[in-house]
Design a protein around this ligand. Structure first.
Ligand SMILES: [Zn+2]
Length: 491
């Protein structure tokens, strides 16, 4: 088997992956700021990093996967200005900020469960690590890379730039940054406290009406957005760890700031591999609140959105995401989802017939070429579209055997079954449910259930017939009544 290679944003090239400690991987992925319901923009990263994590596990690594919850410090404006996103939402909903955080954390995790994204090994919250953040800020100050003004603490990019390169990850240079920061942001709240517009907040002084505030050596306040990831990753993964993941939209300023903080506090490069996934566009347009094209995950599942004529299951969404390479753009549209769903069903119906393939003494087909192509693709910077294309090739061969045009022996048949299970179910995280592997049983059971329901209706026991319909619906099966009788479909 070839070795895993990943595109490292730090260095901008494909690199051989080698873990710091043999057979162990520490991985940190920036999690959500929990001030709203999970939407389409939330699904790609978790699915991509879930596949990376699953593939590493498949290769025998023990993976510690940390994904944080941002529940404090993320302000409305990127340049350390405006209200805290959670506090703003709490006012709208007339709730405590921590009630808002809990509710949306639960909704996010529910969506991740639906999408078959494995829960993180550790899910630290920013608000639960204030002491660690204060300690780290103090260290950065003690080393001369941060300064206090009026109870706020800012990172000194100028001081940092003497020995380090601020912008090494994003490729931006500080002169451009200063020019780009412009005068308008200097006039924003707190900006005039900064020595340079590039400086960013490590700690912000809280006004009395600010709800989320803690005591610090610099007075009452709250942490800046970037420091939580530096502090929490160090706590759970060590000062230097293997993989840091996130969306390309976090490259600057968030990840750049994480690196600067960790380098100055710990003298380490933070993560050795920086893996960034590209964003999802909708019908060719960037997703944005102002464009009003954000689609909530629940709207996607239920089909309850102007861009959708019906709902799509979480498996379809996962398959759709994996059909694109994670560094490429992914354009969302109903047509694209329908195509993904079709492909997924074709693949799964092939998986469903593997067990029933008639075996001969000899086999006229081989699958060695497909198997090596699949693992070469996974190792080649997690090229899931090629993996899926190879699975379709496998499905084609299954179909040919099923049509009696080629022969297969039990060894090759079992090998196909195992490969499908390992790649589709275990690595891509597409659950092979019993209805794909035992469709025949399901047909019989469903004909029994619909018969019972029909007789319940004939006896005017509508409570029972509705209960059967609703329970099936919850299990992902829709009944369709017509004059000819009742038919059913799997959602
Ligand atoms: Zn982060």
């Amino acid at each position: 088997m070839s070795e895993l290679k990943l595109y490292n944003t730090l260095g901008r090239n494909i690199q051989n992956f080698q873990s710091q400690i043999p057979k162990k991987v520490g991985m940190y992925v920036c999690g959500p700021t929990v001030y709203g319901p999970p939407h389409l923009g939330h699904v790609r990263g978790p699915i991509v990093f879930d596949v990376l994590r699953r593939f590493l596990k498949y290769q025998g690594y023990k993976v510690r996967f940390v994904r944080n919850i941002t529940d404090v410090g993320h302000l409305v404006g990127d340049a350390d200005e405006g209200e805290d996103k959670l506090q703003k939402q709490a006012k709208i909903e007339q709730l405590e900020p921590m009630e808002v955080a809990q509710s949306y954390t639960d909704q996010y995790n529910w969506a991740m469960d639906q999408l078959n994204v494995q829960r993180p090994s550790i899910e630290p919250k920013a608000s639960g690590h204030i002491i660690e953040q204060i300690e780290m800020i103090q260290t950065i100050m003690d080393k001369g890379f941060a300064y206090e003004v009026n109870g706020s603490v800012y990172f000194d990019v100028m001081a940092y730039s003497i020995e380090h390169k601020y912008g090494e990850l994003s490729g931006r240079n500080t002169d451009d940054l200063i020019a780009g920061a412009g005068n308008e942001s200097r006039s924003l709240e707190g900006q005039d406290e900064k020595k340079s517009p590039n400086d960013f907040a490590l700690w912000k002084r809280a006004t009395p009406e600010h709800i989320m505030q803690w005591t610090s050596p610099w007075g009452k306040g709250y942490p800046g957005w970037h420091i939580e990831c530096s502090a929490m990753s160090a706590k759970y993964l060590g000062e230097s760890f293997d993989i840091h993941g996130g969306g390309m939209d976090l490259l600057f300023p968030h990840h750049e700031c994480e690196i600067a903080q960790s380098k100055t506090a710990h003298n380490h490069q933070l993560a050795r591999y920086w893996v960034h996934h590209n964003m999802i566009t909708i019908n060719g347009q960037k997703m944005a609140k102002s464009l009003n094209n954000g689609i909530k995950v629940t709207e996607l599942f239920e089909g309850n959105h102007s861009l959708l004529s019906r709902g799509f299951g979480p498996k379809t969404l996962r398959f759709f995401v994996l059909q694109a390479h994670y560094r490429g753009t992914l354009d969302f549209s109903e047509e694209a989802l329908i195509a993904s769903e079709k492909g997924m069903k074709r693949l799964e119906s092939a998986i469903g017939i593997i067990k029933n393939l008639k075996v001969s003494d000899e086999s006229t087909i081989e699958i060695g070429d497909v198997k090596s192509a699949i693992f070469d693709a996974l190792n080649d910077d997690l090229n899931t579209p090629i993996v899926i294309a190879q699975l379709f090739e496998l499905a084609k061969r299954i179909q040919i055997v099923n049509d009696g045009k080629e022969k297969i022996n039990s060894v090759i048949r079992d090998e196909i079954g195992q490969l499908m299970n390992e790649v589709y179910n275990d690595i891509l995280g597409m659950p092979i449910t019993s209805n794909e592997s035992s469709n025949n049983n399901l047909d019989e059971i469903m004909s029994l259930v619909t018969d019972i329901r029909t007789s319940a209706k004939n006896e005017k026991n509508y409570a029972l017939s509705d209960l059967i319909r609703d329970r099936l619906r919850a299990a992902g099966i829709t009944l369709m009544d017509s004059k000819e009788g009742t038919t059913w479909k799997i959602d």
